[in-house]
Structures are given as C-alpha cells and as structure tokens.
Design a protein around this ligand. Structure first.
Ligand code: C2O
Ligand code: CU
Length: 469
C-alpha cells in the first residue's frame, strides 16, 4: 500500500493537474458514410502514471489501445454506426468488448463465444449500431485479468441527440494499479491468493480526468461521468464543493434521480452526475476516495471565479433510451444462480471440465468459484430463452466476498424486495452472503456471458452464459 498511503493523504500538497502522457486523444465519431474505418491499435506503450507530486518515478510500461491509458476516448452520437478496426500489436491475442452496449452478438468481443481472439498482427472490424446514449467503456476480453490490468481499456461516450446543457463534461476514470517500486506493473497476474480472495488489489489508485480540467467557476454546471475500470477493486467516492444529482447508471438514464453521497462503484459500474459548483472562489471541488474509515483526496479542482450569482436550478432528467423496462413478471421464467467458492467459503466440491473435484484439486487447477456447482464456462447455457421472454435470475451469493455480476447483451433491472424494479443496469454489486434478483426481457439474440466483473474471479471460474434464440 506504499503509493496509496504516500499518495493520497489529504494533507499532501495540493494537486496540480498535469497534462501527462496519459492525456486522452479525441477520435472523431464515424457516421454511416465512413469509408476506411478508423483503427484501434492495441500495443505496448509507456505513460507517466505516477505524477510528479509523489516523487520521481519513471514512466510505466503498459499495454493500451493507441498505446495509451486510457485508450482513445471514443465519442459518437446516438443512432450512428460506430466502426473500429482492431489491430493487434500485442504479444498476445486480444479482443474488444463494448461494455454495456446492446450490440449484435457477433460484435460482443468474447473469444471462443462470439469471435476468435485476434492473433498478434491480426485485425477485426467491429461495427456497432449505437442504440443507446450514455457512458460506456471498452476493454479487452481476452486474458482480461492481465490485459485490463496492463491498461487495455477506454471510454466510449454516446451523446444524446440533445445533451443537457453543461459548462464542462468530464469523464473520471477510476483505476487501481499494482506497481513495483520502479513504477512497473507487477506481472503476478494469476496469483492464487488474489483469485481466491477479493482479487488483484493495486497499491496506486488513480483518477484520470478527461479533459484534464484544472479550474472551474462557482455555479458552473458539470456533467461528471464516473467509470470504474479496476480489475477487482470496489471504489467508494464522494465529492465536496458541488451539489446535484446522479442522472444515469451504467449508461442508462434514471427515471428517479439520486442524490450523490458516497457512491460505491463495483468494477465496470458507471454513473453520470449533473452537479453545480457550490464551492466559493478560492476553494476547491474535491474528489475523495474512501478506504475503510478514511477519506483520501484523489483530485482537486480550483474554483477561480464566479460564473453566475445563483445555480442554474433543478437538474433535468436525461432523455430516455429505446429500451423496454419491465412492467410485471407474470409470464417470467425464474432460473436461480447459486454462487459458491473462494477462500473461507465452505466449498465442498465443484464440477470443472466435466469432472467433480475437491477444493484442493480445484485450487491446483486455478479454478475455485462455482455457479450452480460448476466452475468455469459450462457446456450448456444457464438459460435458453425465447426471444422476447422475460427472465428472472435470483442470485444467491454464498461466498464471503462481494461480486460485481455483469450480463452481456442487454441491461437488466433488479427486482426489489417490495416487488418494484430498480434502474436499468448492466452490472450489479452484490455484497458477501447477499441475495439479489435481476430480471430482463431477453430481446437480443445470441450467446451472452453472465460473469463476475472482478476479473480475477471470472478467470477463476465465475462465469456462465445464456442463449437467446
Ligand atoms: Cu466488461 Cu464480460 O465484460
Ligand atoms: Cu466476484
């Protein structure tokens, strides 16, 4: 925890916003008329990850899209067809998953399921009709415990036809790096202790702001888009010096706006906020990360003037996306998912590659988490749904760890204890020993993963799949 302790104490000198080597480049969106699809090149690179205020550290060798971290921000308009030609110049095969987008199955980027992994030197053309506006992200879906930990991810923003008026639209990418004393990513990616516990935790938590805004004014309106790209770490963050609402979760506009207090983001979870700067001139807007009982300052933005005498007034709802929300569960089919395994979980056995194994044998295979008694991707889908069918999945977490359950291909809603439905989500953070139920209309044909987005858990067995016919 060296960097975390050293780097984040509030009393450290005030951060200045450095235009570092990690600055994002904007790639223009591509409409239907594009001739040569722009490339998205996966390749090694070097970035200044640890900023100068923490001391004199060398640049970090990463793998990134475009050779940077995060990869290029992709920004397009709702209704467009986004094209990217993935070119793989990594020493490993790779693929791109467009997290949270409701894409055609063949574009989902899951090797062995929707495409072959793209070999070194190879390419793959992704073509994505952008049905929904919102904040999404893309990341490698091959050997992702390693590839995402090395930096293979980026933000994808789909703009509404008429976005709400704001003075600054800022993306805040939360990441967690495990770095050596020389600021290099440690290559202990398959460490069994990580896989059987809470996953690969880093020692350097970093918030990347894009654009790298350094000042704001009182009563300016900000849209803040949070994305937790960490492989395994749950991020609890709060803001000082602003007031406003959470207007979207996992890309999808909320019907009932929420007030941001401490916001908890499991890996892959996102939220959009619209807030007004309340801090006075000379004060700062602060982003605080909470670890146990302590808050650490992650970023700070100076308030250098007064934009207006008063705030703008109520925060508007975002225009809705063309996705059906649940109305009832009358005709729904229920398929339970029982989660077991990991350290201290009392797992007695698990079926892996067709054979029932003891926990000791499973650990030897590097596979230790089960869904309904099976470790890893089962041969048969958890569910075969008719297109249009409503599916409910009561998920029981019988482990002593939290899990961030992610469904590909469509958003779901939580079935709340009072029978109402929660907001549309693509990832849901379940606490240890918790039971939560999700439901959705299976309207996107194809084979779709359902897995824990703590990538260490996924790699160690927490995955299954659904077929929509
Ligand atoms: Cu964000 Cu299966 O992934
Ligand atoms: Cu998990």
């Amino acid at each position: 925890m060296e960097f975390a302790k050293k780097g984040m104490r509030v009393e450290l000198n005030r951060r200045k916003f450095m235009a570092g080597a990690t600055a994002m480049s904007l790639v223009p969106s591509v409409g239907r008329a594009a001739t040569a699809p722009p490339t998205l090149e996966a390749k090694p690179g070097r970035v200044r990850l640890i900023t100068a205020e923490f001391g004199d550290y060398p640049e970090t060798e990463i793998w990134g899209f475009g050779g940077g971290v995060p990869g290029p921000m992709i920004r397009a308009r709702q209704g467009d067809v986004l094209q990217r030609r993935l070119v793989n110049n990594l020493p490993q095969p790779t693929s791109v998953h467009w997290h949270g987008l409701r894409v055609p199955n063949a574009m989902d980027g899951v090797p062995g399921m929707t495409q072959d992994a793209v070999a070194q030197g190879g390419e793959f053309l992704y073509e994505l009709p952008l049905k929904d506006a919102g904040t999404y992200w893309y990341h490698s879906h091959n050997q992702s415990t390693e590839q995402v930990a090395r930096g293979l991810y980026g933000v994808l923003i789909v703009d509404e036809e008429q976005p709400p008026e704001v003075d600054h639209d800022v993306t805040i990418v939360l990441d967690d790096w495990r770095l050596s004393k020389k600021a290099q990513i440690t290559d202990d990616f398959g460490a069994m202790h990580d896989w059987t516990h809470a996953g690969r935790m880093g020692n350097y938590i970093h918030a990347h702001l894009a654009p790298q805004i350094s000042t704001v004014e009182q009563n300016q309106r900000l849209r803040l888009r949070f994305v937790n790209v960490a492989t395994d770490r749950i991020m609890s963050v709060s803001l000082n010096g602003v007031a406003g609402k959470i207007v979207a979760r996992d890309g999808m506009p909320l019907e009932t706006l929420e007030t941001p207090e401490v916001m908890v983001f499991g890996p892959a979870e996102r939220a959009d906020l619209i807030v007004d700067v309340t801090a006075a001139v000379g004060e700062t807007v602060q982003l605080v990360i909470h670890e146990r009982d302590t808050g650490y300052l992650l970023e700070e933005i100076e308030v250098t003037g007064q934009h207006a005498k008063t705030p703008r007034g109520p925060v508007p709802r975002l225009p809705g996306n063309p996705i059906e929300r649940l109305t009832d569960l009358k005709a729904a089919r229920s398929v339970p998912l029982n989660m077991e395994g990991g350290a201290m979980g009392g797992l007695r056995q698990g079926k892996y590659k067709g054979r029932v194994m003891s926990p000791q044998e499973l650990v030897r295979e590097g596979q230790i988490w089960t869904f309904n008694g099976e470790v890893g991707l089962p041969e048969a889908p958890l569910i075969t749904a008719q297109r249009g069918e409503t599916i409910r999945i009561p998920m029981q977490n019988n482990t002593v760890f939290p899990h961030a359950m992610h469904l590909h291909g469509t958003h779901f809603q939580e079935v709340l204890p009072d029978g109402t439905f929660g907001p549309l989500k693509d990832t849901i953070l379940m606490d240890a020993r918790e039971t939560r139920e999700i439901a959705f209309v299976a309207d996107n044909p194809g084979d779709w993963l359902l897995h824990c987005h703590m990538l260490s858990h996924q790699a160690a067995g927490m995955k299954t799949w659904l077929r929509v016919t």
